[in-house]
Design a protein around this ligand. Structure first.
Ligand code: BES
Ligand code: MN
Ligand code: ZN
Length: 499
């Protein structure tokens, strides 16, 4: 899809379709009013007859509207003006894309981006619209012999802004939106790929390819290198698999070398069977998505590199399978993590924290300003927050606040859960420094976060549990690309590039 930004009046657009909004109670938006004027009340007439009531996401396609230079006019219902917020704006854009794809239009001029959305800037409106459009065009069908046939002549979209001085910020926001959507697309594809294709070595190759394309520093540690570092917790998870584990490190330098980097750590379990603590069979295929944390930090890195943000960013991905087998870790095994702390592995299915703890200790060597790990860590987080919010934990409240705000801005929301010391007791082990599970069914997402917190004493740290948000089950099954928007917005904010 090709995009551009323009400021001009709707009746003068020589495009295949001009898209304008209509509120409920017959109130035309400004561009709709302009079209109405040049057409001699044509649009107001239609509304009076009751063919377009302005209900949210309703649409009406008109041909050859008098007085205009475009082939079509698409009226999009916006609901009540006083209720028009972020969600309604998104719904209007989504409805637009859906109808445009059903028409023969090659291009369209969308005037919905001129609509005021409470508290949101023109940059926000353009960025969100771009992400929505591109996200809705995503498809994963590389393993289908017959690709779904879509008649999609639509190739070019123009977003309009009201004033000429909005053109520059809108252009920048458009580019940010494209970068974020491309990052999400990469994240989704890595997640959707089957686990026989997307194994640790594959993830490492993808990282190397990205390093080449964007001139990043890339380092891949294999089993021997990890042994030398004492990553016995990570290696315990990997030892049941025939796939060799990898620790993947990518660094982007957009700022002075002296500036401390943000480090993103992504859980990369390319398939989680549970190991000897085997999972039940139902829906186990979905455990191919257990590397979505890894995929999201890769997608975020790609977005940041594409935007050439003036920050330093490193991503660290512990990548492994979690398989049962003769060499696999047993419940009851005790291992020494890279930090020196010992762990009694009481449940081999609580493997995410076992690989993340060593990756978090490894992150110390980058002298990070902030470390954020992203992981499909606990089923308990899905029970708590469902598929709406990502679980957020932090050892610093201001960092939690910044991430919550980024999620809000990106409409990729998170919810702050507690990390109080009271919960640390859950991890007591009679034989080692800690167990790897909380025991019992209470506070599972929190006890997992508490476990990680024991490896993050040396830096500001946040943990995102994306178990409920990284992918969708059921009819529209597939990776969502979350939390790439949240993370990218956080980094854009840090870079001072969020308008
Ligand atoms: N990858 C899973 C978490 C998960 C489960 C994410 C279902 C999304 C859907 C993780 O490795 C895991 O198995 N966690 C266990 C921890 C338990 C053994 C303490 C869980 O949540 O059941
Ligand atoms: Mn597991
Ligand atoms: Zn897992």
């Amino acid at each position: 899809m090709e995009f551009s930004i323009k400021s001009g009046s709707p009746e003068k657009q020589r495009s295949a379709c001009v898209v304008v909004g209509v509120f409920e109670s017959r109130k035309l938006t400004l561009p709709a009013e302009l079209l109405d004027k040049v057409s001699g009340g044509y649009i107001a007439d239609i509304i009076r007859r009751g063919d377009m009531e302005g209900k949210p996401s309703s649409t009406l396609l008109l041909q050859n509207v008098p007085g205009t230079l475009c082939d079509r006019v698409l009226l999009v219902g916006l609901g009540k003006e006083k209720d028009f917020r972020e969600k309604e704006y998104g719904a209007a854009i989504a409805a637009t894309v859906k109808v445009l794809n059903e028409t023969g239009a090659f291009d369209a001029s969308i005037f919905l981006t001129e609509l005021p959305v409470r508290k949101r800037s023109v940059a926000w409106r353009i960025r969100q619209a771009t992400i929505l459009v591109l996200d809705s065009c995503y498809k994963f069908e590389q393993f289908k012999s017959k690709k779904e046939e879509v008649r999609r002549p639509l190739r070019k979209l123009t977003f309009s802004v009201e004033r000429r001085n909005e053109l520059a910020p809108a252009e920048e926001a458009l580019n940010q939106g494209i970068a974020i959507a491309e990052g999400m697309s990469m994240t989704k594809t890595l997640g959707n790929l089957p686990p026989n294709v997307c194994h640790p070595t594959y993830l490492a190759e993808q990282a190397q390819a990205m390093a080449k394309a964007f001139k990043l520093d890339c380092e891949i540690l294999d089993r021997d290198a990890m042994e030398k570092l004492g990553m016995y917790s990570l290696l315990a998870v990997a030892q049941g698999s025939h796939q060799p584990p990898k620790l993947i490190v990518l660094s982007y330098k957009g700022s002075k070398t002296s500036e401390k980097p943000v480090v993103l750590v992504g859980k990369g379990v390319t398939f989680d069977t549970g190991g000897i603590s085997l999972k039940p069979g139902a829906d186990m295929d979905e455990m191919k998505y257990d590397m979505c944390g890894a995929a999201s930090v890769l997608g975020t890195m790609q977005a940041v590199a594409r935007m050439a943000l003036p920050i330093n960013l490193t991503i660290v991905i512990p990548a492994t399978e979690n398989m049962p087998g003769g060499k696999a870790t047993r419940p009851g095994d005790i291992v020494t993590s890279m930090s020196g702390q010992t762990i009694e592995i009481l449940n081999t299915d609580a493997e995410g924290r076992l690989i993340l703890c060593d990756a978090l200790t490894y992150a110390e060597r980058f002298d990070p300003d902030t470390v954020i790990d992203v992981a499909t860590l606990t089923g308990a987080c899905v029970v708590a927050l469902g598929n709406v919010a990502t679980g957020l934990f932090a050892n610093k409240d201001s960092l939690a606040r910044e991430l919550l705000d980024a999620g809000d801005e990106a409409h990729d929301r998170a919810w702050h859960l507690p990390l109080w010391d009271d919960y640390q007791e859950l991890l007591k082990s009679p034989f080692a420094d800690m167990g790897n599970i909380g025991g019992g069914r209470s506070a599972g997402a929190i006890s997992a976060a508490c476990f990680l917190s024991r490896f993050t004493k040396k830096f500001d740290w946040a943990h995102l549990d994306i178990a409920g948000t990284a992918w969708k089950s059921g009819a529209g099954k597939g990776a969502t690309g979350r939390p790439v928007p949240l993370l990218t917005h956080y980094l854009l904010q840090r870079a001072g590039k969020l308008n």
